[in-house]
Design a protein around this ligand. Structure first.
Ligand SMILES: [Mn+2]
Length: 478
């Protein structure tokens, strides 16, 4: 569903609140959203943002009910069933082949993006001196942030060699009326395009899309393999193709049902000292040079709405997006790493500090194999602590995790420490993006793994007793 329809739907259901009081996009919105998110409250449409020319919508992904509405489903299972057909294929040989093949089968093609001639996001077109970012209610989220940051953009770029587009989410610090920084980290989709353009000595065209279908906003954050069009995932998840339209001043297509589009380009060598910014780690990230985006056109819907989000001490709105990714991608991870039965990436661990996985252990060392597979797979390669449990453990429950983590390990025997890539936001490692990792085998141990005593049996109620008590139950008055 597009953003304006969602706003209407949520308002009817009491899942959105309009706020007419004057509020500042500097700091005040953050504190209001923090309080509302904490009590699982409504999406907030600030209609009277001080010094801004349009309303600001936040807390879009703040509850699961709204997430299901975004995709037009009523449960997690219904959503997952839309991507599961991807797994019903002949398994190709090799890990990389497997990952690629997943995205290539026929089942995907029903909801491919569709280009249209006329679009709501181009109802108004401003170019040159007519463009002024000050009209947008861009937030300053935390007191020591360097300035105002666009926090929910879908950034579109095109590979100058292959011609394929990428849709990614990279925050954008406002520099002046017509320029921003582009915070894409090395190796991200847009950065790959940027590096290739630089080599060719050409500027890279880019578009920043604001307020497209939230399914597209989500897909831009999803850890897809390179060169896989994020709009295909969005189309599958919505069971409806994403409509796109040609930009007016750059050679790109963008989601047509968007509220605002900033078109422009990034020059090869020009950088801006971006940050600090209060990030989803709960800490400020330091200043670093990033490319500069020059805006050539600002196109909008009639009466556009500006979407925004706040990140900070978890859980915030991005915790729900991260958990959504954990659930949507689990079937694919299980397909590529058949050892894994379930996986949990707790939001409080920022999705990269802790990965809990469970296996059906059949042979010695299997937990270590599972760890290595996790550290070898895409974005999971930056996981800092990986703990492997037996499949009877509910790894989504903190009490069960702590119980087995404490009860089942001998730290001298069951812990491995190694080196590898870390999340770029990790502030504890000695080097940026590189450092120590820990793997813990919290499964029951086999004699071949050095546990010479017999591993004790679990004390569990037997089925016969359960049946007997079931029969007694109504008479016990409990
Ligand atoms: Mn991508």
């Amino acid at each position: 569903m597009d953003l304006k329809k969602l706003v209407a739907t949520w308002e009817e259901k009491g899942l959105l609140k309009r706020i007419g009081q004057p509020v500042s996009a500097e700091l005040e919105v953050t504190e209001i959203v923090r309080r509302v998110f904490e009590k699982k409250g409504p999406a907030l449409l600030f209609e009277n943002v001080k010094n801004a020319g349009m309303p600001l919508l936040t807390n879009i992904f703040g509850t699961w009910q709204r997430v299901w509405d975004i995709f037009g489903v009523d449960s997690e299972d219904a959503l997952i069933s839309r991507v599961k057909p991807l797994l019903e294929i002949e398994p190709p040989k090799g890990l990389v082949d497997k990952a690629r093949a997943l995205w290539k089968i026929k089942g995907v093609t029903g909801n491919l993006p569709k280009e249209v001639g006329k679009a709501r996001c181009q109802s108004r077109v401003l170019t040159g001196d007519g463009i002024n970012l000050a009209d947008l209610p861009v937030m300053k989220c935390w007191p020591d942030d360097a300035g105002r940051f666009i926090t929910l953009p879908v950034v579109v770029t095109k590979d100058p060699e292959k011609g394929v587009q990428n849709f990614g989410m990279y925050r954008m610090q406002v520099i002046d009326e017509r320029t921003t920084a582009m915070h894409w980290h090395p190796g991200k989709g847009a950065d790959i395009h940027y590096q290739r353009s630089k080599k060719l000595g050409k500027p890279l065209e880019a578009a920043c899309v604001l307020g497209c279908e939230p399914a597209v906003i989500y897909s831009a954050t999803a850890p897809l393999p390179p060169d896989i069009n994020e709009l295909i995932l969005a189309g599958m998840l919505m069971d409806k193709p994403v409509e796109t339209v040609r930009c007016r001043t750059v050679d790109l297509t963008v989601p047509a049902n968007s509220q605002i589009v900033l078109e422009g380009y990034v020059e090869g060598s020009e950088t801006f000292l971006e940050g600090p910014f209060g990030d989803h780690t709960g800490y400020y990230t330091p200043q670093r040079p990033f490319p500069v985006f020059h805006i050539t056109a600002l196109t909008t819907d009639n009466d556009p709405i500006y979407p925004s989000t706040v990140v900070g001490w978890p859980p915030f709105e991005d915790a729900i997006l991260g958990t959504l990714t954990e659930r949507i991608f689990l079937p694919f991870i299980k397909f590529i790493i058949p050892d894994i039965k379930d996986m949990a990436l707790p939001a409080a661990g920022l999705f990269h500090n802790f990965v809990f996985a469970s296996i059906d252990k059949r042979y010695p060392g299997q937990a270590y194999k599972a760890m290595d597979s996790i550290w070898g797979l895409g974005q999971l390669s930056t996981s800092k602590v990986v703990v492997i449990f037996d499949s009877h453990v509910d790894i989504h429950r903190q009490d069960e995790v702590l119980f087995h983590l404490g009860n089942n390990i001998d730290p001298l025997r069951d812990v491995v420490i190694k080196k590898g890539p870390l999340d770029i936001l990790d502030h504890a490692s000695s080097e940026e993006g590189f450092g120590g990792k820990m793997g813990i085998d919290a499964t029951g141990k086999l004699p071949e793994e050095g546990h010479k005593r017999p591993w004790p049996a679990r004390a569990l109620v037997d089925d016969e007793t359960k049946k007997n008590v079931d029969a007694l139950w109504s008479r016990l008055g409990l």
